[in-house]
Design a binder for this molecule. Sequence first.
Ligand code: THU
Length: 161
Amino acid sequence: MAKQLKIEAELTVYDTVDELPLEIQDLMNKAQQARNDAYAPYSSFKVGAAILLENGNVVIGNNQENAAFPSGLCAERVAAFQAGALYPKVAFKVIALTAGSLKQQTTTPIPPCGACRQSLAEYEVRQETNIPIYFMGETGKVVRAASVKDLLPLIFDSSYL
Ligand code: THU
């Protein structure tokens, strides 16, 4: 007999960045600075990421595009891989993401792409603690997911290998 399984995720929606805890506002500010420095001449879509680590350090990333399109990389993975390289044993405490198009104002929250969710999930599984993710456009509402699992419920991890 087939069974129906329901997957639910609870997300928190803030009306503006001003409603965020101060520590997160500061982190989002760093993600916004990183977004400005993104190298996105092909898509004109700039993304910034800032990861606060358990040791208090902040590691940033932004999208890095390439004339050979698939050779570019998203902001989230630039930040996560940089953090993994610089601080291999330090857990991620929280991640802030912001994205915006140079063609129009981006006012809706932009979630990380599927490939980045999968990459971030590996860090969460490894460190055995949830990594909250805050994401937004350039302005407007901010969404908080308490865990990568809320954005990628059926995580593929090493237990399947
Ligand atoms: N991009 C990111 O940096 N993160 C995402 O999660 C979605 C997409 C970048 C990749 C590419 O440089 C541009 O945004 C348009 O897809």
